[in-house]
Ligand binder design. Sequence first.
Ligand code: NI
Length: 145
Amino acid sequence: TTGQKLMKYHHIGIAVFSIEETAWFYIMQGYSKSETVYDPIQNVNICFLSSRNGDSSEQPKIELIEPVDKQSPVHKILQKNGVSPYHICYEVKDISDTTAELKKQKFIPLSKPIEAVAMNNKKVCFLFNKNIGLIELVENENIRF
Ligand code: NI
């Protein structure tokens, strides 16, 4: 499958201290904000910011992730780097197939695929590669490239 496109950009994830204190900046630029949803797996609140006029090529989708307490993994990122982008998420047709493919490219899965409340219960997982950084996969069997 070398050269075949397996993944499609979905969002960039930004660790924030407070969704409230950050979202206004993007709303001012023409983004619409989704409802904020609590994700019990990561112990974070999450919202999505999407282009209000639907032009995602000019305003790529953004996720804001706010830790609920110090146990949240995002808390550590904020302590170290402050507010910062820390993952890019890609849609894939089959999360197991893509994970197997990425393992050949030296990505290390950080968890088994799990259903994420904030992603409409779609399966997600995080993988790390030291030259790429942290990525997230979200399964969408209806994906079109
Ligand atoms: Ni994400």
